[in-house]
Design a protein. Structure first.
Length: 148
């Protein structure tokens, strides 16, 4: 959980100093849905789905749209850096609370198969780490900034 927290802070730091327009920019020609804000929205959805729904059994609304693979990547009118980060931060707080109560050795059902809670958390960790790399690239393409 500590490393997931480090990645969370790193994600938020990647948006520091960006304008609203820059945070919405999609500089990867081969991935036109990938913006800095879109990555954060996606990671919020991943935590909601895996930690709240699968591990915690919570009835929070899903942030994923059936049949729309880019739904959570799109930045909507009215969403801002502050609002997207606030949602990401709130999901992180919920995730910490859920994981503090979870039995990491228990199995939960994911797509009809049993998965150990600790193993599912590793999936979340890997997803966040991978997308921190995407944020690195997006940020560098936007304004040349590099580093954590």
């Amino acid at each position: 959980m500590a490393f997931l927290g480090f990645l969370h802070v790193t994600c938020v730091n990647k948006l520091d100093g960006l304008s609203e327009q820059q945070a919405r920019a999609t500089p990867l020609a081969t991935s036109p849905a990938v913006s800095a804000l879109g990555v954060i929205k996606h990671l919020t959805s991943v935590q909601r789905q895996h930690i709240q729904h699968s591990i915690g059994g919570c009835e929070l609304p899903s942030l994923w749209a059936e049949g729309d693979d880019e739904h959570e990547w799109r930045v909507r009118v009215g969403e801002t850096i502050s609002s997207v980060i606030a949602d990401f931060d709130a999901e992180w707080v919920r995730s910490q609370e859920t994981m503090a109560e979870a039995d990491w050795d228990a199995e939960v059902l994911v797509h009809g198969s049993g998965v150990r809670v600790g193993r599912l958390l590793v999936d979340v960790l890997q997803e966040q780490a991978r997308h921190v790399g995407h944020l690195d690239v997006v940020r560098e393409l936007i304004d040349g900034s590099v580093g954590e």
